[in-house]
Design a protein around this ligand. Sequence first.
Ligand code: GDP
Ligand code: MG
Length: 162
Amino acid sequence: PQPVVAVVGRPNVGKSTLVNRIIGRRQAVVEDIPGVTRDRVPYDAQWAGRQFTVVDTGGWEPDARDRAAAIAAQAEAAVATADVVLFVVDAMVGSTDVDEAAVRMLRRSAKPVILVANKADNSSIEMESASLWSLGLGEPHPVSALHGRGSGDLLDAIMEAL
Ligand code: GDP
Ligand code: MG
């Protein structure tokens, strides 16, 4: 069985766009409307000659009344089957209460977590992403899933963690 990398985070941070960047094709569904990805969807990926499975997540209702609880449940289910977790936040927004609730769940797991600061489309957002150290998950990895910026460095970090 291949190692499994789960991609978690609140709606609209760019998880599915990042999955497409990682697998090198547009297969995961990207939507401007939050909550489109249903359940957990696995895709085959490879980097530096290694094969792995990357799992896109979503699946909670866009109008869920308690989003923090919903994301925690989603993250927990994905984390349970993962070898490495990519926790994606929106670098343009910075960390939110929902992100912090998800982090509390992630930190209780024994799984390695890589903090991804997505939507770092330019160097100024990339520099601002250093504030995400405050989440307590270690070094933020700035990427632009949309444009590809930083994705090679992120994949190298994933390979180190696997
Ligand atoms: P998900 O709900 O977390 O899976 O997010 P999606 O991948 O569906 O993306 C949500 C929105 O964010 C879409 O409009 C994407 O085009 C946009 N998006 C994703 N990644 C980036 C990025 O790196 N930069 C910018 N500017 N937009 C992004
Ligand atoms: Mg999605």
